[in-house]
Ligand binder design. Structure first.
Ligand code: GLP
Length: 247
């Protein structure tokens, strides 16, 4: 695992955008794996700004997403479909037919998981998978004790995850379940870029950096992958400033 320590959220976002952008420049029809949540929003903004400034085309890019809530429609303002449309697909001009997310409203959720896993397989290798990290170390919506070999599946969200995401659902019923790529699905990606910002991620990031794979902390599965880059800011690393001064 390569760990890049950056000062703050802005620096993390700039650097992450450069990495995604150079991937598209070298492989214009790359399959990119995207994450949602608050962490990558700055990265996506920067990516959109860079693409405009440098006339970079995303027309041939294909995308997969990590997860979607169960029981809310794609048009729901807090669905990950809506998030991606707003922050990534429309501003970058990615063709709708090239964008793939699980359907959280599918009648048969088990069949939907199988369908989504097949879609990912048929697209070929995910060139670069972007990940955030939950406060409890979840990746996608793979909660603690998810087997590292898991494929796309339905999860019941833990109390920690529900609390962390409650602010997105102030006036509407918060979904309790989601469909997520499995940890095994994520690990099939050629390259993984994990972003972490802020003190709330400090515990999870520090456990990951200890380098011991443990199903209690899903992100530690990344230790077994040959090509992972972590960009974490000083608060997420528990650093006061560059160097090793722990907070
Ligand atoms: N399913 C998402 C994850 O993909 C995300 O990485 C994580 C952290 O979210 P945030 O970046 O808002 O802290 O939790 C969410 O629940």
């Amino acid at each position: 695992m390569k760990v890049i320590a950056v000062e703050d959220y802005e620096e993390m976002s700039r650097l992450a955008a450069e990495i995604i952008q150079s991937k598209v420049q070298s492989v214009p029809n790359a399959v990119l794996g995207f994450a949602t949540g608050g962490t990558p929003i700055g990265t996506y903004k920067q990516l959109v700004a860079n693409a405009k400034e440098r006339h970079l085309s995303f027309r041939m890019v294909r995308t997969v997403n990590l997860d979607e809530y169960v029981g809310i429609s794609a048009e729901h303002p807090e669905s990950y479909h809506s998030y991606m449309k707003k922050h990534v697909f429309e501003p970058l001009g990615i063709l709708p037919e090239n964008c793939h997310l699980p359907d959280g409203e599918a009648e048969d959720l088990v069949l939907e998981c199988e369908r989504y896993e097949k879609v990912i397989e048929q697209l070929g290798e995910v060139e670069l998978q972007v990940l955030g990290i939950g406060q409890n170390g979840h990746i996608g919506f793979n909660e603690p004790m998810t087997p590292f070999s898991s494929k796309t599946h339905v999860v019941e969200l833990t109390a920690s995850t529900l609390t962390a995401n409650a602010s997105y659902f102030l006036n509407v019923k918060q979904p309790t379940h989601a469909i997520t790529m499995g940890i095994g699905t994520i690990l099939k990606s050629r390259e993984i870029l994990l972003l972490a910002s802020g003190e709330s991620k400090r515990l999870a990031v520090n456990i990951l950096l200890e380098g011991k794979a443990d199903e209690k902390v899903p992100a530690t599965a990344l230790i077994t992958h040959p090509n992972v880059t972590i960009i974490a800011d000083y608060p997420a690393l528990g650093l006061k400033e560059e160097g090793n001064t722990r907070l």
